[in-house]
Design a binder for this molecule. Structure first.
Ligand code: UDX
Length: 433
């Protein structure tokens, strides 16, 4: 039969939102599909293609482009305007792409699209194609958004309440909620994007794919699966990082920033096992000058080696005399190959903003964390890191919202050498026996 002779079982378009934390998991998921004999085409915006993809070949994945209406780059428009224009121009150019591929050996069978782009489902349905939404955050966070969307959650929360206010989740304080729901003033403008946009068609979509795994979020996955066709497809991390016997390719994602790979890895090679604190706040978060100063001296005072990713845009915020001080103990880079770094034996702990990818990567590689959430979903991830998975400590802010150097030093020392470290090491030994 003709279908049995085909090299692929079907053709899937993958449409990420063009941000680092969204591209990485969707690209890795693409590779998994490919390994199951599914033809995958990455759909990028023209701007992303011209600025990022044209410089770095995406290994083995063909790329097609559509327009988000800003082919020359987005010149300072609000997220609302940007998303609306992406909807208008993107719908039209995506339809043209599906039409073009109709005439090929592999017309499109399915589109996996980022939750920020819910309009894709309408285009998919117009062409009779399967539509699957991809959630780049944890199930717990989407469950909170779902409760808000359905009017099931009364905000602000009554802090100190023993009862869980969100089904499937542990009791939450206001400070454990995503920042759009907890920080006064940020509620309304972003709420529409964070909550409504991402959830308005989950009842109609063919599949909801969440970058998590069942054992990690059992209760919440079970609860949400009652209302939507939820599938856990994570962690989207190359299998060779999880099991050294597996040799799939090391290429993790498309880097919007250029990593200083050689510098980082050579430096780590010369450090003792478990002696280095890795520090990174992902691709978007920006620390204030005061916070940057406290973090810098907190790291120095911890007296540990540290590898700190300070993106070029943030460098000017470092304290003036800090760079000289760090030459002994620390290495600053503008971007690194994070997975390779976390998998290195020299790493003892990860000071993280708790972005969902970073959290999953650290959990998967068994690296304990100092959780320093900044905004969006990160506070909820921090709550889970400390209280549910018991994989780290969450720093406390002072009344001005700053985490002081003493607190950073204390948390780093505690995670590197304290009781929890001993507990975790014992657990590891028991598991290995
Ligand atoms: C954001 C949100 O914070 C996150 O919670 C959401 O789910 C996706 O969008 P970001 O802030 O960039 O992402 O953080 P994170 O989710 O941790 O993603 C960063 C990615 O960049 C990770 O995959 C990490 O491995 C990679 N990275 C980071 C590097 O490769 N090198 C670095 O130096 C720093």
């Amino acid at each position: 039969m003709e279908s049995e002779n085909r090299a692929y079982r079907g053709h899937c378009l993958i449409l990420p939102y063009p941000l680092q934390g969204h591209i990485n998991p969707m690209l890795q998921f693409s590779k998994r599909l490919q390994s199951k004999q599914i033809k995958v085409t990455l759909v990028a915006t023209r701007h992303m293609f011209n600025t990022t993809i044209s410089e770095q070949a995406v290994p083995s994945i063909p790329v097609e482009t559509i327009s988000d209406g800003y082919d020359q780059g987005n010149i300072k428009v609000s997220p609302e305007v940007c998303l609306e224009r992406f909807r208008e121009v993107g719908s039209q150019t995506l339809a043209e792409l599906i039409e073009k591929l109709r005439g090929t050996e592999y017309p499109v069978d399915c589109i996996v699209y980022d939750a920020f782009l819910p309009w894709v489902l309408k285009v998919a349905k117009r062409f009779g194609v399967v539509g699957a939404v991809f959630f780049t955050e944890s199930c717990a966070v989407y469950n909170i958004y779902y409760h808000v969307y359905k009017g099931l959650l009364d905000l602000p929360l009554v802090d100190g309440s023993e009862r869980s206010c969100v089904a499937g989740l542990p009791p939450l304080e206001t400070s454990d909620l995503p920042s759009f729901l907890s920080v006064p003033g940020s509620y309304l403008p972003i709420l529409g994007l964070a909550v409504n946009q991402q959830l308005w068609n989950v009842d109609r979509v063919d599949f909801v794919l969440c970058n998590t795994f069942y054992e990690l979020e059992k209760e919440v996955v079970d609860w949400m699966a009652k209302f939507m066709t939820l599938r856990t497809i994570g962690p989207t991390i190359p299998s060779m990082f999880l099991d050294k016997r597996l040799q799939d390719d090391m290429e993790y994602g498309l880097s919007i920033f250029k990593p200083n790979t050689g510098t980082c890895m050579n430096w780590l090679e010369e450090r003792p096992n478990g002696s280095v604190v890795y520090v990174s706040f992902g691709s978007l978060a920006e620390l204030g000058v005061d916070q940057m100063e406290e973090l810098a001296w907190g790291l120095v005072d911890s007296n540990c080696h540290f590898l700190w990713v300070v993106r070029s845009k943030e460098e000017a915020k470092l304290p003036k005399d800090f760079l000289g001080e760090t030459s002994e103990k620390g290495l600053l880079v503008s971007w690194c190959p994070q997975l390779q770094v976390l998998a290195h034996k020299a790493i003892g702990c990860f000071v993280t903003h708790c972005g969902w990818n970073s959290t999953l990567e650290a959990l998967s590689l068994g690296v304990p964390m100092v959780a320093m959430p900044q905004w969006t979903d990160q506070s909820t991830n921090a709550k889970y890191i400390m209280d549910v998975w018991r994989m780290g400590l969450r720093v406390r802010c002072n009344d001005k919202g700053i985490v002081r150097r003493e607190e950073i030093e204390h948390c780093v020392r505690e995670v590197m050498d304290g009781e929890r470290r001993k507990e975790r090491d014992e657990e590891k030994c028991n598991q290995m026996e």
